[in-house]
Each structure stands twice: as structure tokens, then as C-alpha cells.
Design a binder for this molecule. Structure first.
Ligand SMILES: [Zn+2]
Length: 244
């Protein structure tokens, strides 16, 4: 069986409201409930697109009430390290290589901001996908979050205290192997073609889309040998192609 999931990155009060509304309408039309990654205290100039939206937090609460999965997406979204961490997609990070004390502060303050708006994040993913073991320690000690949306694999797996729901690709692709696949989108930078491509994929594969709360994460096992090989191949070909 194949299960497709949608993740939306970089929600914050200065996001591109029009594009985000377009995405919300599109997903509502097909009854798809995505994960949305919210930046609690954005300071990244690239995410300052519109002027601050005074009803952003109300809208975010409506997402939660509609059953969207709420994820903590970093703290301020600023890269302060050139470490790649345990999911080395890029050599830049808000978390990987940063001291545990600083990471704990980011997690604690980020969760507190979301909670002050009555949002209950159950998931975490880092800007540029980069985090390290201290990020996991910080999440464990300073939050209730035990699910990470990231890493390369074909299905969720358990590692220590955490469940990882893998995330592959920035657009929809029909996958050949059975598994659970999260496609991530950045509504802030999507053009007409990207919206149209997403919609036509959903039309063809509507039955294969699920909400994160529909995943059966009970009894998830450790990463399989097959997934270890797939992950190794993925990062090796990326290295060979010189992508950092
Ligand atoms: Zn981001």
C-alpha cells in the first residue's frame, strides 16, 4: 500500500497570505489535511514576504481545528551553523552543531509561543532538514514532541524515543515501492505551474492521500535494512552530484 502525505513549510505571520489561501482552498477541495510547519518567532528575511498578518494565529488555530497536523518548524528560522547533522541534506542549520543549551532554549521558547496561541505541536522538523542528536535531547527534555517529519526512508520507523515519518521530495511523484511518503511544499514560493501540477497529481491519486492522524504509528519498528540502504544510496548519489 502507498500512503501520500502533504507537508507545508514556513507558515508565519509574514508569509504570502494569498498563496497560502490558494493552497488551503486546493487541499480543502480534495479533503486533504496536511502537516503545517509553523515558525514560532521568524527572523529570517526570506520569510518576511507580506506585512504581519494580524489574524495569522487565529487562522493557525482553525487549521488545528480542521485536523491539520501542527509542527514546530524551528524557532526563528535563521541559520547559525554550517553543520549538516544526522540528515545531511544541506550544510546549514538552525540546530545541528548548536549547543544543547541553545537548542533547548529554542525548543522551549518555540513551544511556549505556539501554546500561547492554543496550538499543540505534535511534530517537529528543522529548517533545511538539518538537526542533530542534541535536537532530539532538547525535544525530549523540553517538549512533548516525539515525532520528527524528516529523513530518507520508505516508511515510518522508531529510533530511541522518537518516531521518524520520512520526507522525500519537494513535489509529488508517483512512488514505485509501497510505503509512506511525505511531499513537502513551500506555498510562499509556488507559482501557477506548481499549484496546477499538485492539483493534477491529487486528482489522479486522491485515494492514496492521508492525514497524519490516520497513520498507524503503533508498533512502528526500527529502520529496516532496506531503508538503511535506500538512505545511504540517496546521500551518496547526492554527494557524488556535489549537492550541499
Ligand atoms: Zn523552512
Amino acid at each position: 500500500m502507498k500512503q501520500y502525505l502533504i507537508r507545508l513549510d514556513d507558515a508565519c505571520p509574514t508569509m504570502d497570505v494569498e498563496r497560502w489561501q490558494r493552497m488551503e482552498c486546493l487541499l480543502d477541495k480534495y479533503g486533504i489535511r496536511p502537516m503545517v510547519g509553523i515558525i514560532p518567532a521568524n527572523a529570517d528575511p526570506k520569510q518576511k514576504i507580506d506585512t504581519e498578518d494580524s489574524i495569522f494565529w487565529q487562522n493557525a488555530l482553525q487549521w488545528q481545528e480542521k485536523g491539520w497536523a501542527i509542527a514546530l518548524h524551528g524557532f526563528d528560522h535563521c541559520y547559525i551553523s554550517s553543520d549538516a547533522g544526522m540528515n545531511p541534506l544541506w550544510t546549514r542549520s538552525e540546530f545541528a552543531g548548536v549547543s544543547l543549551a541553545e537548542q533547548k532554549r529554542k525548543i522551549r521558547d518555540g513551544v511556549a509561543i505556539l501554546k500561547s496561541h492554543r496550538l499543540e505541536p505534535k511534530y517537529f522538523f528543522a529548517p533545511s532538514h538539518t538537526f542533530d542528536n542534541n535536537t532530539l535531547i532538547a525535544l525530549k527534555e523540553d517538549s512533548d514532541i516525539r515525532i520528527i517529519s524528516d529523513t530518507i526512508a520508505t516508511k515510518p520507523y522508531k529510533q530511541g524515543d522518537f518516531i521518524f515519518v520520512p520526507q522525500i521530495g519537494g513535489h509529488c511523484v508517483n512512488m514505485l515501492l509501497p510505503g509512506v511518503y511525505t511531499f513537502c511544499f513551500h506555498p510562499n514560493t509556488m507559482n501557477d505551474d506548481a499549484f496546477n501540477a499538485l492539483e493534477s497529481f491529487i486528482q489522479k491519486h486522491k485515494e492514496e492521500f492521508f492525514g497524519f492522524d490516520e497513520l498507524d504509528l503503533n508498533g512502528v519498528k526500527r529502520k529496516s535494512m532496506k531503508d538503511k540502504v535506500i538512505s545511504w544510496l540517496y546521500f551518496t548519489q547526492r554527494k557524488l552530484r556535489g549537492i550541499k
